[in-house]
Design a protein around this ligand. Structure first.
Ligand SMILES: Cc1cc2nc3c(=O)[nH]c(=O)nc-3n(C[C@H](O)[C@H](O)[C@H](O)COP(=O)(O)OP(=O)(O)OC[C@H]3O[C@@H](n4cnc5c(N)ncnc54)[C@H](O)[C@@H]3O)c2cc1C
Length: 478
């Protein structure tokens, strides 16, 4: 009895210390094997050499860059991808892992539906595990008002042939243990899915290499060269690559990169804090969103958890530069945003708008954008987890991290050729939903880059919509 009490007390102490360490950010993933952070906590691997020319050069090794490289290489295109840090080291390795059509902006749905088709066959095609599971997606409603709001999306789901429905009572309990006592109902799409971000990006990158793509990591692109107004070369820290076609898929860095070329890409960033638990009982098998928590089952038996609505925005000079364009979305998301000003403001202020291409660039100075998780948000997530899912109260939070989500004024991506520099293409602003659509975006972008049939309407993704007086259409959230 005494022995039990001692060991139980020791367990409780360990648990408390561990929780405190995770919340204060002092515990990092080095204590664990096979962690999410293993994607970005590795030594950098610079290329042995840099190719002198390529048909297409891709800037950025996130899910968009590697998927595009994979589709191009499969078509026999000579493609080189340059990543300043690690493959999927930024957003693409840090996200919640939700792969969903539910609730999307209608402009993204055709690409997302194609993306879901690619995800379904991905593991078989590339012969690697990416943790893809069609466990469904649930948006939980606490009251009639929330449920009615979700029901308004059903006609869109029908129009696009999706299996979205409203479920309540016992049916809800079937998907989330004991849910009917806590929620009135939910919007549910059974065909929605999840995958493991720390596996998917690197696995697609390896598939691209096997198909013939050259992937250079620790290889920052500093800028471009033009000849006769057209793109003629990409300048990297390891040398120049002659090319007439490039794709800037640089995630949160796109606006800064493009600004150095004289291209205005309205883009702002918000920080999302995420954590994962140790393996625990199966209380749900899909992706569940409540306004206080986003939770999904992980392949390792734990749960990936985040706050359902809190995002941090650090005011920077870009906030002021793009404030008018972003006003509608900032007002729309006011409740979710925690706005503050501090070091990021001065860091951006101190970054030059242009730099010499034969000297170190800002991209080499920050190889991996690795924001600290918000400790207050981690505490809230823990509290909500314990309240809403008491079955998980004993589970430990074993890892926490954060990522910068980048977004556009209408929360829809930019994917187009920049008219002012023929050959220079941009793919960015995928917001908090770019992981799921990534493979579909890669397929469409590969078609765009080779001048073949994209198969979907890319007009809504043109950069010029922010400047040509087009009305701002806001259909979804960051
Ligand atoms: C916390 C969080 C939760 C999210 N949850 C989800 C989710 O559940 N489902 C979903 O679908 N989406 C989600 N997202 C969004 C999703 O992760 C992103 O939209 C998507 O990963 C963007 O992919 P990307 O390839 O465009 O950009 P990134 O993954 O950011 O990749 C861009 C890459 O470009 C590199 N780069 C930048 N500049 C240069 C340069 N000059 N030279 C060379 N390389 C450069 C960077 O190092 C980076 O690796 C979430 C995002 C976050 C942060």
């Amino acid at each position: 009895m005494t022995q039990f009490t001692v060991s139980r007390n020791a367990d409780v102490c360990r648990c408390i210390l561990r929780r405190a360490a995770v919340i204060s950010g002092t515990m990092n993933s080095k204590h664990h094997e096979n962690t999410v952070a293993s994607t970005w906590e590795r030594p950098f691997a610079p290329p042995a050499s840099c190719p002198h020319k390529a048909d297409v050069v891709i800037i950025g090794g996130g899910i968009v860059g590697v998927s595009t490289a994979w589709f191009l290489a499969k078509q026999g295109v000579d493609v080189v991808l340059c990543e300043k840090g690690h493959i999927a080291g930024e957003q693409s390795g840090r996200n919640w892992g939700w792969v969903r059509c539910q609730g999307r902006d209608t402009r993204e749905l055709p690409m997302m539906i194609e993306s879901m088709n690619i995800w379904r066959g991905l593991e078989v095609e590339i012969g690697e595990d990416v943790g893809f599971t069609q466990g469904g997606c649930l948006y939980m409603a606490r009251n009639e008002k929330e449920l009615r709001k979700y029901a308004e999306w059903l006609p869109t789901a029908r129009e696009f042939g999706l299996d979205t429905q409203i479920i309540e009572g016992k049916e809800l309990d079937h998907h989330v243990s004991g849910a009917s006592s806590r929620w009135l109902g939910a919007m549910y799409t059974a065909s929605d899915a999840r995958a493991e971000p720390h596996k998917a990006g690197p696995a697609i990158a390896r598939a691209a290499i096997r198909a013939g793509a050259k992937l250079l990591t620790a290889c920052a692109v500093r800028g471009i060269e033009t000849a006769g107004g057209r793109l003629s070369a990409i300048v990297t820290e390891h040398g120049s690559i002659q090319t007439s076609s490039a794709l800037c898929a640089a995630g949160a860095w796109t606006s800064m990169f493009c600004r150095s070329l004289g291209i205005s890409v309205p883009q702002l960033q918000v920080r999302g804090t995420v954590a994962r638990t140790s393996p625990a009982d199966v209380i749900l098998n899909g992706n569940v969103l409540d306004k206080k928590i986003g939770i999904r089952r992980r392949q390792d038996g734990g749960y990936t958890i985040a706050h359902g609505s809190i995002l941090d925005h650090f005011i920077t000079p870009s906030t002021f530069r793009f404030s008018l364009k972003f006003m509608p979305v900032l007002l729309h998301e006011m409740r979710a945003l925690r706005i503050s000003i501090g070091r990021p403001f001065f860091e951006e202020l101190g970054t030059p708008a242009k730099w010499a291409l034969d000297q170190e660039s800002p991209f080499e100075r920050t190889r991996v954008l690795n924001p600290a998780p918000n400790p207050a948000v981690l505490k809230k997530i823990r509290r909500t987890l314990d309240q809403l899912f008491p079955q998980l109260a004993e589970s430990e939070i074993v890892e926490s991290w954060a990522g910068m989500v980048e977004t556009t004024p209408d929360v829809v991506p930019v994917m187009c050729e920049y008219e002012g520099i023929p050959g220079f293409h941009i793919a960015t602003g995928l917001s908090g939903h770019g992981f799921g659509i990534g493979p579909g975006a890669g397929k469409a972008l590969a078609a765009m880059l080779t001048g073949t049939d994209v198969g979907i309407d890319m007009l809504p993704f043109r950069l010029s919509r922010f400047f040509d007086g087009s009305p701002m259409q806001l259909e979804s959230t960051i």
